[in-house]
Design a binder for this molecule. Structure first.
Ligand code: GFB
Length: 315
């Protein structure tokens, strides 16, 4: 990629896509194209092909996806498998048909088996059963990875797949029903502090462990990989350490300044016990995360305070 290359960021308003845009701009890439979902519905094949024909992007960051937390995934499995299969199939196929030089597909670490040895190496893909709370999302993502691999093999494309660990940061979804754990906890502790509520509910046992990568670090990693890596082998993107949900809740509680109690609602699912990714390949490719969790949490809480008023929080 060079400063003039035409780069399409699919999903530019989301947590991942907006961070990629900021990172590309910082690195002086000036020819960026993007569309809102109202302007271009990526589930519609004809519209997607028309867009590629009109714009002729040379590079594509595939950061558009239907995503959500554990309850959202298990409540709407049809939406997750359908929307993701449609969106990624349309974009990957259009990228091939319209001669895109390179495409980066975003997978997710939930594609690895539920009881994978930890940390999870890229080669563990398809070696065991998936976690049931996000099986349909994971199967769509596995299809995307396999589609990139198949197009590379059959058509000689240069489509790469990366597997980011759990993400958080700027432009995250703070809707309590659909969000992931970290934005949910920020919002719950913040609102409990403002309303002097004595108890905050945290789902599950608090025992599962998760690895958290800050949005701006993720964007830096994917731009680095777009610039330096080609091949069909998956690349994990993580920080190399994880934290139990109980400890995370205590850390968020402290940063927000909430002084009440935490209640673990064990009627809610825990999901996968652990999902720590092996990051040796990423390190060998010259990239490591820079933002410690505590700093990322503070930055995200600041962003939340500055950008999200009571009115524009959805539920
Ligand atoms: O972030 P999360 O929804 O996703 O949940 P997963 C992580 C852990 O936090 C689970 C617990 O054990 C939840 O029960 N948790 C505690 C909470 N309190 C809350 C809360 O208020 N909200 C939420 N959301 N969780 C998702 C997958 O799995 O991870 C997706 O469903 C995707 O497919 C994504 O892979 C990265 O890490 O369990």
């Amino acid at each position: 990629m060079n400063a003039e290359s035409k780069i399409y960021i699919a999903g530019h308003r989301g947590l991942v896509g907006s961070a990629i845009m900021r990172n590309l701009r910082t690195k002086k890439y000036g020819n960026l194209v993007y569309r809102t979902s109202a302007e271009l519905d990526l589930r519609k094949q004809v519209e997607v092909n028309q867009f590629f024909q009109d714009e002729k992007p040379e590079y594509v960051f595939m950061a558009a996806a239907k995503v959500g937390g554990i309850i959202s995934n298990s409540t709407y499995p049809a939406d997750f498998i359908r929307d993701n299969l449609m969106i990624q199939t349309n974009v990957i196929d259009a990228a091939f048909r319209h001669g895109v030089k390179k495409l980066l597909f975003m997978g997710s670490t939930c594609i690895y088996p539920k009881f994978s040895p930890q940390p999870m190496k890229e080669e563990y893909l398809l070696t065991g059963e998936l976690e049931e709370t996000n099986e349909h999302y994971a199967i769509a993502k596995i299809a995307g990875v396999k589609m990139c691999e198949a197009y590379n093999r059959q058509f000689g494309t240069n489509f790469i797949s990366v597997m980011p660990t759990n993400l958080y940061g700027i432009n995250d979804n703070f809707d309590l029903k659909n969000s992931h754990v970290l934005p949910a906890l920020i919002r719950k502790f913040h609102e409990a502090k403002m309303n002097s509520t004595p108890l905050v509910e945290v789902w599950g046992t608090g025992l599962p462990k998760r690895e958290f990568l800050y949005s701006e670090d993720l964007a830096d990693a994917v731009v680095h990989l777009m610039e330096t890596y080609s091949g069909s082998d998956l690349i994990n993107i993580g920080v190399g350490k994880d934290i139990a949900i109980k400890q995370l809740a205590e850390q968020v509680k402290e940063i927000v300044g909430y002084t009440g109690e935490i209640f673990f609602n064990t009627s809610k699912p825990d999901g996968a016990p652990r999902k720590l990714v092996e990051i040796t390949k990423l390190k060998e490719l010259g990239w490591e995360a820079k933002t410690p969790l505590e700093e990322g949490l503070k930055l995200t809480y600041e962003w939340f305070l500055q950008n999200l008023s009571e009115e524009n929080l959805k539920s």
